[in-house]
Write a protein that binds this ligand. Structure first.
Ligand code: MG
Length: 163
């Protein structure tokens, strides 16, 4: 029988191996929501990230995106996909499309938050984006995955505080 995989802990490990800790995502969620919720704590943000990572569609997007980054980094994709992903071609856009399933898990504010994070690239998102451009590392999908997780978690925080 096939061994049961714990998708959530596998995804957290993948993110860590690619240079992003949950703590880095917590920083972004906290910064996004602190201006709206005076009593916000990092624990609340971390719980929200945890809920996002519980969702199967989120886990599948993480698995798929990170795999494509790794294969591109190792030159293992076929052309022309290899060049499109490795160069983070701005017209490619499939990295943003893949993570829409993550952004939308807590409603459409997730999409607004994602657009904002994609423009501003705060914290770990900017760091990984720069590393992807300046080194052999490929973070074409990773930066969008992180932005989308943060955006969805921020939406969850917003919804819960409005109750
Ligand atoms: Mg990208």
């Amino acid at each position: 029988m096939k061994k049961e995989i714990n998708y959530k802990s596998h995804c957290i490990k993948l993110l860590e191996n690619r240079g992003c800790r949950i703590d880095d995502i917590t920083d972004i969620v906290f910064d996004l929501q602190k201006k709206y919720i005076a009593t916000l704590t990092r624990d609340v943000c971390e719980d929200a990230i945890d809920r996002v990572l519980d969702k199967r569609e989120v886990q599948y997007a993480i698995l798929t995106g990170i795999e494509l980054d790794i294969q591109a980094e190792n030159g293992k994709l076929s052309e022309p996909l290899q060049s499109l992903v490795a160069e983070d071609n701005p017209l490619f856009g499939i990295d943003e499309i893949l993570v829409l399933s993550i952004c939308n898990v807590y409603g459409t504010i997730g999409l607004t938050n994602f657009g904002y994070l994609d423009k501003v690239k705060p914290g770990i998102i900017g760091k990984l984006d720069k590393e992807g451009k300046d080194t052999h590392r490929c973070h074409t999908f990773l930066d969008d995955i992180i932005g989308a997780i943060a955006a969805a978690a921020a939406s969850s925080v917003a919804h819960n505080s409005a109750l």
